[in-house]
Design a protein around this ligand. Structure first.
Ligand SMILES: Nc1ncnc2c1ncn2[C@@H]1O[C@H](COP(=O)(O)OP(=O)(O)OP(=O)(O)O)[C@@H](O)[C@H]1O
Ligand SMILES: [Mg+2]
Length: 349
């Protein structure tokens, strides 16, 4: 008899946020949307895509916990943090490069970069991150349901951007296997395809609100606006019963146009605007931890912006050392206050 899973565990590893979800096969039959997910915060089923390793490469933590721990260690003693820790974020985008080959990950071309710009093969970092998600998922799910999971009966699904090439996908597969996920129990699913399939299982009202699509012959487009990439694909419904079947009608499209670009542009504006008289960025000596903090503050404000907003300004309270760097510059050259103000105004008008 063909192998059948008892439990499906899905992992969505995003550029900025990641999460996991579990569903027993029996529960899927009675209620396919009865999916168990851990709520990481009041608003989110995902945590930050970042990972903290000990110097020997062992996993310490991942997600927001890793970021907090590393920031604390860094603020206490930068040199000790350098000696003891490896902290990685924004590593998924390494896999989305033109002409990326799996050999590049082991060679010197493309690697994950830690906070202090030290390089490690991406698959090693990705595998530690997957290991963190996997262990965390087991621990929380088993505890909540008070069950033991038979690992041989799990179907693992990891979603990947449709626009990745085959080599990038194979690095993800290797990373998952290194994290202890058996290759023959693992499926890599394309992110927009997973979204299209899940649409079929939404409650009737939700589907109606989205146009009630889902009849044979209906065609629809899925646009996944992520942190790193934008993935666009289009499918046609081929059959709904007894099996639900979709056909791809346009190959995956998209690019590195995710929302992280807005954060990068903000950081660039800050570097361009706040320059000393020698043309050097006022932020050049700022701690990376402060730059990270500033990005987090900007990110939080960005998420509050809506299309109904008529407020033109957002307010960010800079970390104290950054504020001092700017103030030092302004005190030295008082005319610059007006200059800075004018430049910022013209960037935002
Ligand atoms: N209201 C908003 N305005 C602008 N950007 C937003 C808003 N809400 C979320 N974002 C951005 O969306 C991104 C997170 O989306 P998502 O979780 O889909 O990305 P991801 O899965 O981490 O990335 P990817 O799928 O590209 O690898 C973040 O960069 C976040 O800043
Ligand atoms: Mg995503």
């Amino acid at each position: 008899m063909a192998w059948e899973p008892d439990l499906v565990i899905g992992m969505d590893i995003g550029t900025t946020y990641s999460g996991y979800a579990c569903l027993f096969k029996d529960e899927f039959r009675s209620n396919p949307t009865n999916i168990w997910m851990h709520k990481w915060s009041q608003f989110s089923y995902k945590t930050k895509t970042c990972v903290l390793l000990k110097k020997n490469g062992e996993l310490h933590s991942f997600g927001e916990r890793a970021e907090k721990k590393f920031s604390r260690e860094f603020n206490e003693d930068r040199d000790l943090a350098y000696d003891n820790w490896l902290f990685y974020n924004n590593f998924k985008m390494v896999l989305y490069r033109e002409n990326f080959t799996a050999a590049d990950d082991c060679g010197n071309r493309y690697k994950a970069e830690d906070y202090f710009s030290r390089h490690t093969p991406l698959k090693d970092v990705m595998s530690k991150f997957i290991q963190g998600l996997k262990e965390d998922c087991f621990q929380r799910f088993c505890k909540q349901r008070n069950i033991q999971i038979n690992e041989d009966k799990i179907r693992w699904v990891i979603t990947v951007p449709a626009i990745w090439n085959e080599d990038a996908k194979s690095v993800m597969r290797t990373a998952a296997e290194m994290a202890g996920i058996p290759g023959d129990q693992l499926v890599l699913a394309l992110e927009p395809e997973a979204a299209a399939v899940s649409y079929f299982y939404l409650p009737h009202e939700e589907r109606a609100a989205m146009g009630g699509l889902g009849h044979v012959g209906d065609k629809f487009m899925i646009i996944d606006l992520g942190g790193g990439t934008v993935d666009i694909s289009a499918v046609e419904v081929i059959s709904v019963s007894p099996k639900k079947q979709l056909k791809e009608i346009i190959g995956a499209n998209g690019g590195a146009w995710g929302s992280q670009r807005i954060n990068d542009a903000f950081a660039q504006v800050c570097r361009d605007v706040f320059k000393d008289n020698n043309g050097q960025s006022v932020f050049k000596d700022c701690k990376k931890a402060d730059l990270l903090k500033m990005e987090n503050l900007f990110e939080a404000e960005k998420l509050k912006i809506t299309d109904k907003d008529d407020e033109e300004w957002i307010e960010i309270h800079l970390p104290i050392d950054m504020r001092d760097s700017i103030l030092k510059d302004v005190r030295r050259y008082p005319h610059k206050y007006d200059e800075y103000f004018k430049i910022m105004q013209c960037y935002y008008s």
